[in-house]
Design a protein around this ligand. Structure first.
Ligand SMILES: Cc1cc2nc3c(=O)[nH]c(=O)nc-3n(C[C@H](O)[C@H](O)[C@H](O)COP(=O)(O)OP(=O)(O)OC[C@H]3O[C@@H](n4cnc5c(N)ncnc54)[C@H](O)[C@@H]3O)c2cc1C
Length: 340
């Protein structure tokens, strides 16, 4: 049994196979709806159901309120059609022609950048390249239909070798493996690229980039891409971490600030240690941004990192006059068990 889905906003139609979510069906057929975590947690894929019925699936209450559901919204990463549908959702043209592929890769280098951050350098098979937009992420495919998402920390201009910055989640199924058992030369399989977290190149607006912990990874990819392309719009990176040792590659943005007049770097520590002798910014990273930019009406904001940080930034939109469609984010939600 298949169902036809029509997007009223674009007039495009696509088919959902049995038990396929609206988003999975759209992506399979090159219809790029907005999305981020694909776990029913971040809310990016929320869109309007104009007609038809869906199974709403499982999702977190913060991603869609009861009122939104009653007003005809659904999370397309979880919703499975139970009839033909008409939906209303914006489509993202730039990413639509990039194929999502499953590829093998070899771990060629593992470097501990901090006590709990590992940089994995992955090499693709001879002659293979991954086409992606700086800031997108991949899913590492694991046994039992499990997958774990990690952002690409490199620019697509150097797409032969991919890099990931992996934070150790103590007790975490995959990151425990990375920190205790994984060895250089191991093989893995991944699927990607995914997501719509990339620098909008059709804009000249000043961009504020907010990274929380390993949220630096996709932003690093975006900035390296922007510098290589000679993008001249103002770019201001705020990187929030606990203590100085968590700024695991801080020489890099410090160097960019020297090399590029349009780039500024503000590290923000929430819990500096006495031995850090820190006299820079302190507190939550979103508060540092809010303090410097009470009015964000002329900016774009790109944010990636832990869900509480992303929620706090979403909460700034109204107060600081940031138009909702100029906030782009990847919330580092953790994976839920695969659907049975
Ligand atoms: C789009 C996207 C991009 C991401 N990019 C990166 C990245 O570049 N670098 C990176 O380090 N991480 C990133 N993450 C987060 C990463 O996917 C998870 O930390 C990872 O899946 C944990 O896997 P695990 O098997 O070790 O933990 P699991 O076994 O899945 O989790 C064990 C338990 O740990 C807790 N937990 C797991 N992950 C998190 C988390 N992120 N925050 C809070 N609690 C958690 C939960 O309670 C969970 O039940 C990204 C997530 C998304 C959705």
């Amino acid at each position: 049994m298949t169902f036809k889905i029509r997007n009223k906003s674009s007039g495009r139609e696509f088919i959902a196979e049995k038990l396929e979510t609206v988003l999975a069906a759209a992506l399979r057929q090159g219809v790029m709806l907005p999305y981020s975590c694909r776990n029913g947690a971040c809310g990016t894929c929320k869109g309007k159901l104009i007609s038809g019925k869906v199974d709403y699936g499982t999702y977190e209450a913060k991603a869609m309120s009861v009122a939104e559901k009653e007003n005809g919204y659904a999370l397309f990463c979880q919703a499975r059609p139970l009839s033909n549908l008409v939906i209303e959702a914006k489509e993202i043209a730039v990413a639509k022609d990039i194929p999502i592929r499953i590829m093998p890769a070899r771990v060629v280098q593992m470097e501990k950048l901090a006590e709990d951050v590992m940089r994995l350098s992955l090499k693709l098979a001879e002659g293979q390249r991954l086409q992606f937009l700086a800031g997108q992420y991949i899913d590492i495919l694991l046994s039992g239909n499990q997958r774990r998402s990690f952002s690409l920390a490199t620019s697509p201009l150097s797409d032969e070798m991919l890099q990931l910055h992996i934070r150790h989640v103590p007790g975490g199924y995959y990151t425990d493996h990375v920190f205790s058992k994984m060895k250089e030369k191991d093989l893995l399989r991944f699927q990607g690229p995914f997501g719509v977290f990339f620098l909008r190149e059709d804009s000249e607006r000043p961009a504020i980039l907010i990274a929380g912990g390993t949220g630096f990874a996709p932003i690093k990819g975006m900035l390296e891409y922007a510098f290589a392309q000679g993008i001249k719009r103002p770019l201001h990176l705020y990187w929030g971490v606990r203590a100085k040792s968590d700024l695991y590659l801080q020489n890099l943005p410090a160097m960019w600030a020297k090399e590029h007049k349009n780039f500024k770097f503000t590290p923000v520590l929430s819990e500096p240690k006495p031995e850090d002798h820190w006299n820079g910014r302190q507190g939550w990273v979103h508060e540092a941004v809010a303090g410097d930019h009470p009015d964000l009406s002329q900016h774009e904001v790109y944010a990636s990192g832990p869900p509480p940080m992303i929620d706090a930034i979403k909460g700034m939109v109204k107060k600081h006059r940031l138009p909702e469609d100029r906030l782009f984010f990847d919330s580092f939600e953790f994976a839920h068990a695969p659907a049975s």
